[in-house]
Write a protein that binds this ligand. Structure first.
Ligand code: C2E
Ligand code: MG
Ligand code: MG
Ligand code: MG
Length: 280
């Protein structure tokens, strides 16, 4: 009967809640020790231009916990943001990414336009120390800021309060590049975007997926590309999985690409072997 079904639904509902509350509790407590226990690591996904030349990479954080296994950043980054751990985690990501750049230094000297992109939460941007943290860690390592790009998710841009805007200006001033991530999923107005010190828009994967068969998405991506060119910004498409998508993007004027079609995110060692030592 309906009554029994209702009860059953209720029972399952509370059991689900019990499971997710416990998971949340575990995520919180284990994440606290993830850095000290060496459970975090970075993977790198290459970026290419229209002639298949490597132009950069995006660093993506991974968490492997002995009890939880591999946890997705989509699950733990929000928890890090909620709890304030994002500052320590974000600083670890910056140090680790810059250490990788150091190990690629001799190659960088021959490839002056290569950029390593690091995701930065808007919470970190609101923190007064972010720019000086990046600046100090660059100069400690003798690295040029032009090799670094930070990615800020569009949907979080509008949450910027007083200091986020100033942070972006400071980062731009020291020579760090700024990209808007997941572009098209937020609601940034043209006039707002024009006030930001940006270098690049990253077209969100949701518009790229099946682009060649979706006229609405084609129109939207075309609009984003025109917007970017009007603002003097580069455009990269993320989440490119098929040649059909790449060709459709090219026909709309997109010249930079990242996605499984080219490579999944891989370790620094593998990245180096695959892309930086081609002539050896
Ligand atoms: P994102 O910055 O938009 O990163 C792109 C995501 O798409 C990555 O997921 C990447 O692995 C995935 N991806 C790349 N190419 C393809 C493709 O062709 N097809 C499909 N289906 N997926 C593709 P990932 O690594 O799970 O990261 C998820 C999100 O977590 C990132 O989205 C970013 O917002 C956040 N994140 C990752 N690392 C960091 C970090 O170090 N700091 C912060 N604050 N956030 C991070
Ligand atoms: Mg990103
Ligand atoms: Mg993205
Ligand atoms: Mg994302």
């Amino acid at each position: 009967s309906a009554k029994i079904n209702g009860r059953n639904n209720y029972r399952f509902y509370t059991e689900d809640l019990g499971v997710s509350a416990k998971r949340l509790h575990n995520l919180y407590s284990y994440l606290h020790h993830a850095i000290a226990n060496n459970e975090l690591y970075l993977v790198y996904q290459p970026q290419f231009n229209a002639t298949n030349t490597l132009i950069g990479a995006e660093a993506l954080v991974r968490w492997n916990n002995p009890k939880l296994g591999q946890v997705s950043p989509d699950e733990f980054i929000p928890i890090a943001e909620e709890s304030g751990m994002i500052h320590e985690l974000g600083e670890w990501v910056i140090r680790e990414a810059l250490d990788t750049l150091v190990s690629w230094k001799s190659w960088l000297a021959l490839n002056p336009d290569f950029k390593l992109a690091v995701n930065v939460s808007s919470k970190q941007l609101e923190h007064r120390n972010l720019t000086s943290y990046i600046k100090n860690n660059l100069s400690d390592r003798g690295l040029n800021a032009k090799h670094v790009e930070i990615e800020i998710t569009e949907s979080l841009l509008l949450e910027q309060k007083t200091y986020g805007m100033a942070s972006m200006d400071e980062l731009k001033e020291i020579g760090v590049n700024i990209a808007i991530d997941d572009f098209g999923t937020g609601y940034s107005s043209l006039s707002y975007l024009a006030t930001l010190p940006l270098n690049k828009l990253k077209v969100d994967r949701s518009f790229v997926s099946g682009l060649h068969t979706n006229d609405t998405n084609k129109k939207l991506v075309e609009t984003m590309i025109n917007l970017a060119s009007g603002l003097g910004l580069n455009v990269i498409a993320e989440g490119v999985e098929t040649l059909d998508e790449k060709h459709a993007l090219e026909s709309l004027g997109c010249t930079e690409f990242q996605g499984f079609l080219f490579s999944k995110p891989i370790s620094a060692i593998k990245f180096e072997r695959q892309y930086l030592h081609k002539d050896i």
